[in-house]
Each structure stands twice: as C-alpha cells, then as structure tokens.
Design a protein around this ligand. Structure first.
Ligand code: SAM
Length: 218
C-alpha cells in the first residue's frame, strides 16, 4: 500500500460530516467526537480508497483484517470512560486508528497485534503521525502480563469468552470492553472489576468483528 499524508479541505469536510453522523447515531461524548474529528482516518487507507475513509464502515486493511467502523470505535471508547493518564491495553492494533483515538483522549496506550505485517506498518505510520503508543507483536488473548495492571482493556476482535488473564490484568475499578460471541456475531460486553475477585458484567449491543485468534481465543 502507498500511503500519503495530506489532509486537505475535502478530507477535513468529510471528517466533520462523519462526526455529525456519529452524533446522530447516539455518540454523545464530546471528547470522543472531537478526537474523531481530529484523527485523519484516510491516513490509514491507500489513496485510491480515500473516498471510503469517512464513511461509517469497516474497511479491509490487508491480512484479512479490517479497520473498525467509526461508530464501533466510538461506541467501545465511550464504554471505557477514559480519563487522562489511564493505562490502556488494546488487543488488536490493526490499522492503529483506535489507538490514536485513545491517545487523543490522553490515554497511555499499550497495543498488541498478532499479524506481523500490520504491526510493522503501525510502528512506522503512527509515530510519523505523531502518535507513540507502546507497540507489541504477539498473541494478546493472554494480555501483556509484564506491563499489567491496566486501568482499561479494550479488545477489538471477537472472542468466544472473556479470557481470565485479561480480568487478572485489570486494576480494581478497571474496565474491560470485549465483543463476545460466535464467529459470526458478538455482543459487546463490559466488565467492571469491583474487587480482587469480583466483577460486574453488562451485555450490550450486537456487532460483527473479525475473530480474536490465539491461546485464550479461537
Ligand atoms: N483496532 C483496530 C483498528 O483501529 O484498526 C481494528 C482491529 S481489527 C477489527 C482486529 C485486529 O485484531 C486484527 O488486526 C487482528 O489481526 C487482531 N487480532 C486478532 N487476534 C489477536 C490476538 N490474539 N492478539 C493480537 N491481535 C489480534
């Protein structure tokens, strides 16, 4: 893919319209809408497909993976209730777009991807755009124990169950957001860790993610 980093009026206008669409769909967190209005999503697309970058759709990024639909990114981010300085683990870096949105909100992001080509691309593209999360290559279904505990954990691929390891790596008061279901569709699940072995779980709307593949997943 040939990337080009130019943000002109056409893309800026399209980004503004995307924010309006998300607002209409119920995203009401102003900081998240501001972040979506700021991060140039077309930078994650080959120039040939820039006309797709601000549609509210998921889009292929290679390796049979996708950049998530903006609504889904905003929805999952809202559930995390990010506060400035939160230590956030993202499982499934993919394009790196979600990580940029989290960093715009002031999160300290640890992001892991299992596909080497995608990992290699993000370690170049994100710092070039000015975003510097901590990047990891490997199976995130086990979390990243060495850097635990985390204030928040977001999984951006569909899991068969909530991996225990991820719950263990949450701080007390921490939140995990993870799509759980079969390979076809998943329910968004949030888990609040209320005490060392106590959790409050909520099952929310239905989504369709690529599968979380790994030791504690598919
Ligand atoms: N957050 C991404 C973005 O903003 O573009 C979208 C991610 S895409 C829907 C899901 C990603 O999860 C894919 O890149 C896939 O390779 C990755 N993935 C799947 N299983 C994984 C695992 N066990 N560990 C790390 N990454 C995984």
């Amino acid at each position: 893919m040939a990337y080009k980093f130019i943000d002109n009026y056409r893309e800026q206008g399209a980004r503004k319209r995307l924010v309006e669409i998300l607002e209409k769909k119920g995203i009401d967190d102003k900081q998240i809408l501001k972040a979506i209005g700021k991060v140039p999503r077309h930078f994650f697309f080959d120039e040939t497909f820039w006309n797709q970058a601000y549609k509210d759709i998921a889009f292929p990024i290679g390796e049979e993976q996708t950049i998530s639909q903006p609504y889904t990114v905003a929805y999952q981010t809202q559930l995390l209730h990010i506060k400035k300085g939160d230590k956030v683990l993202e499982i499934g870096t993919g394009s790196g777009y979600q990580a940029c949105i989290l960093m715009e909100l002031g999160a300290d992001v640890y992001t892991i991807e299992r596909q080497e080509k995608l990992y290699q691309r993000t370690i170049q593209v994100l710092p070039y755009m000015g975003y510097k999360p901590k990047f990891f290559l490997g199976d995130g279904s086990r979390g990243i124990k060495e850097h635990a505990p985390y204030d928040k954990i977001i999984v951006t691929a569909g899991a068969p169950t909530v991996p225990d390891e991820l719950l263990k790596q949450l701080k007390i008061g921490g939140i995990l957001v993870i799509p759980v279901g079969d390979e076809d569709k998943q329910k968004m699940v949030t888990v609040l860790k209320t005490a060392e072995n106590d959790y409050e779980k909520h099952v929310l709307d239905t989504f369709r993610f690529v599968p979380l593949v790994g030791d504690k997943a598919w």
